[in-house]
Ligand binder design. Structure first.
Ligand code: SD4
Length: 309
């Protein structure tokens, strides 16, 4: 039911991010401003898994992806962006100031600098340095789901003993007081990815999709498997067919599980969704995914339902 503004976002870091969104929503601000302001908190945090403090690629360089979409199919994204603290704001500038939807790599960085974003030093945070050094011992790329299974919730460690974060992304969806929807997603991508790898997060329709007449969805987890089913767009299409947000998410999770066969046991994907009435829902492949909700009366972390029980 539509009961004033709502914001939801992925993982436990979503609790802090939702507060940033709520600063805007509670004053009657737009969903678009809210989803930008909210995830900037996570991008800022040196203590999390998103933004410049996050894990690097195999070559030891942090590369960031982000996307944003409003209630009128306006969208913008950046991929493979280095040395910029707030990729989400660059994505918004791409949306608002260029004739394009997506800028990547050095071009995205050049645009960001021209727009006045400071070029940050190219260095790893102390935690990321430690994790990278450890990773170099074996140099194995393993998209292990168990990152997500090892713990979550407000008291869970942000980083495990082996140096891995329990996630690398924040996705956020908001409905403002006028009933408009917007979404954002920002990530360092999978830690120790190949250089040049883009995940689902900067791809409109994969990592994020908003159709104001129907609903919105954002994804987290193994980006490659979100891309191959046009994940977030597919979830929104399920809502268009009349399914509620959780069932819509479940339908596409089940599609991924079917496609991946035995390999589905090894990957985590989760979607969160909101429909045009402000009803929210989520579904994941595995246990351990949580998402944060904030409304006028509620501020909480919810354990999502999942496929493999
Ligand atoms: C990616 N979907 O780059 C992102 C990673 C993620 O929690 O969501 N990690 O594939």
């Amino acid at each position: 039911t539509q009961n004033g503004p709502v914001v939801i976002s992925t993982w436990d870091a979503g609790l802090a991010a939702n507060k940033g969104a709520w600063e805007i929503l509670s004053k009657g601000g737009s969903a678009l401003d809210a989803v930008e302001n909210g995830v900037k908190i996570t991008e800022d945090s040196q203590n999390c898994c998103v933004g410049l403090g996050a894990n690097p690629d195999r070559d030891g360089i942090v590369t960031l992806d982000a996307s944003i979409m409003d209630h009128q199919f306006n969208c913008g994204s950046v991929g493979f962006l280095e040395r910029i603290k707030h990729p989400i704001s660059v994505a918004r500038r791409v949306m608002e100031k260029t004739p394009h939807v997506m800028l990547v790599g050095s071009g995205a960085q050049q645009f960001a600098v021209a727009e006045g974003f400071p070029l940050e030093p190219q260095e790893l945070s102390p935690d990321a340095q430690k994790a990278y050094k450890k990773w170099l011992e074996n140099s194995k790329y393993e998209p292990a789901i168990n990152r997500e299974n090892k713990g979550h919730g407000p008291f869970a460690p942000q980083r495990f003993d082996n140096g891995e974060w329990n996630h690398d992304t924040i996705g956020m969806l908001a409905m403002d007081a006028t009933g408009n929807l917007s979404g954002s997603c920002t990530t360092s991508g999978m830690g120790f990815k190949m250089r040049g790898r883009l995940g689902d997060s900067p791809i409109i329709g994969a990592g994020l999709f908003v159709d104001n007449e129907v609903g919105a969805c954002v994804a987290t987890g193994q980006g490659e498997d979100v891309i191959r089913v046009a994940g977030s767009h597919s979830v929104v299409e399920m809502m268009r067919q009349g399914y509620g947000p959780e069932v819509a998410c479940r339908k596409i999770i089940e599609r991924i599980v079917k496609i991946k066969k035995a390999d589905a046991r090894k990957i985590q994907v989760a979607f969160i969704a909101i429909n045009k009435n402000g009803v929210v829902g989520s579904f994941a492949i595995h246990k351990g995914f949580s998402y944060a909700i904030k409304t006028k009366t509620k501020e909480t972390l919810v354990d999502a339902n999942y496929h493999f029980t």
